[in-house]
Ligand binder design. Structure first.
Ligand code: HEM
Length: 175
């Protein structure tokens, strides 16, 4: 098996794009906006919908991953780096799930779905002291670090080791 299942390839690139977009807009726009600013609700309308979509894609991805055949782990020639690679991949699933769950914790626990999508009441004055909001912020920093590591490792394989790693996560003949 030389490539991942085409469904996994599609979900991988779609989730990658959405997660990077969420990290950039979340840190630069959604998070810093004042809760009294009407633009915050507008920003959250997209943010929360995309966040829930990422959660559903994650579940779908795990199902396809378990049910499909996958290529053997990519190697670097250094057993330590290979172990870090495998651990980082597993950790990314956990951290993305943590982002979605802490987001849902805010959405459900603080009644944000009603405010954002139902026009009911107003946002709490300040979310930043609430536990799920603090977790969401902290986990987003871990996720950012993992995404940077993941992208750097992919380019290390592709450009330095020249082992054609990107082909594994693209469409084409799998045998
Ligand atoms: C992988 C999915 C997600 C990513 C990468 C993400 C990323 C972020 C980031 C980086 C921030 C800014 C944090 C800060 O500066 O305090 C943020 C804020 C926020 N996110 Fe998410 N998020 C995700 C999913 C969700 C979900 C599913 C929800 C709710 C359904 C949600 C609700 C919120 C809210 C309400 C804020 C504003 C917090 C505040 O103003 O302090 N997020 N998100």
């Amino acid at each position: 098996m030389t490539r991942y299942h085409p469904l996994l390839v599609t979900i991988h690139w779609l989730m990658g794009l959405l997660i990077i977009m969420m990290l950039i807009f979340g840190n630069l726009v959604t998070g810093p906006l004042d809760n009294a600013d009407p633009e915050k609700i507008e920003a959250l309308t997209g943010h929360m919908a995309i966040g829930v979509t990422i959660g559903m894609l994650l579940i779908f991805r795990i199902i396809v991953r378990v049910r499909s055949q996958t290529p053997a782990h990519a190697t670097t020639g250094n057993p330590m780096l290979d172990k870090i690679g495998v651990a980082t991949h597993h950790l990314m699933y956990v951290v993305v799930a943590g982002m979605v769950l802490s987001g849902l914790g805010m959405g459900l626990g603080l009644g944000l779905f009603g405010v954002v999508y139902g026009g009911e009441g107003a946002l709490p004055v300040d979310l930043s002291e609430r536990l799920p909001a603090r977790a969401h912020d902290m986990i987003s920093n871990i996720l950012l670090l993992l995404v940077v590591l993941h992208v750097a490792a992919a380019f290390y394989h592709q450009l330095i080791l020249r082992d054609g790693l990107f082909r594994r996560m693209w469409f084409g003949k799998r045998q």
